[in-house]
Design a protein around this ligand. Structure first.
Ligand code: HEC
Length: 157
């Protein structure tokens, strides 16, 4: 009986702790806040909006006009839920922040995945995905091989 009560108490405490951790990690924090916009997109199917930002090496690569992303490039994809502007309902604007994902170019270190490493920001800190998760990311980015495995075209840099 005592055991049951203990596990019940543990379950209750976990329930109250988990949302706090999620709220903490769910902030748009990271060095990408100082980077420049490269592109943005609105996804109709899952009702989300995303901005693609690049560090200074990414911007230099984009300015070259080619799809060759130099080593040291970091691209950030920052996602928000789609929302309507409160005073202007015709406009879709970013709503609740969802997450921030990363692609890091290092042609030697990530040779097996087209030179790209994959990660995401947690509490403002960039964390790399493990090999299995990275392989899933790359498995889809392979579609964009002819543009250096990057889907977005730089429109502002
Ligand atoms: C099912 C396919 C798919 C998978 C899996 C996928 N991506 Fe993407 N990714 C896309 C598409 C399509 C875009 C461009 C459209 C958009 O912005 O969503 C994109 C864009 C990006 C961008 C912006 C640069 C670019 O290519 O335009 C980053 C950064 C990114 N993804 C990171 C990741 C990470 C990290 C993972 C793994 C956790 C991942 N992606 C998994 C399809 C995928």
């Amino acid at each position: 009986m005592l055991k049951h009560i203990k596990s019940l108490l543990l379950a209750i405490s976990l329930v109250s702790v988990v949302p706090a951790i999620q709220a903490e990690s769910n902030k748009p924090e990271g060095e990408y806040k100082n980077w420049r916009l490269i592109s943005f997109a609105h996804r109709e199917d899952n009702k989300s909006m995303r901005a693609i930002l690049g560090n200074h090496i990414a911007i230099k690569s984009a300015q070259s006009g080619k799809h060759t992303w130099q080593d040291g490039t970091i691209l950030a994809k920052v996602l928000w839920k789609e929302s309507r502007h409160d005073k202007w309902p015709q406009a879709f604007v970013p709503g609740e922040f969802m997450r921030a994902e990363a692609m890091i170019k290092d042609s030697k270190k990530f040779a097996k995945s087209g030179g790209w490493g994959f990660g995401h920001w947690v509490n403002g800190k960039l964390e790399m995905h493990n090999a299995e998760d990275s392989a899933k990311c790359f498995g889809c980015h392979v579609i964009a091989k002819d543009t250096g495995y990057v889907f977005h075209h730089a429109v502002l840099y």
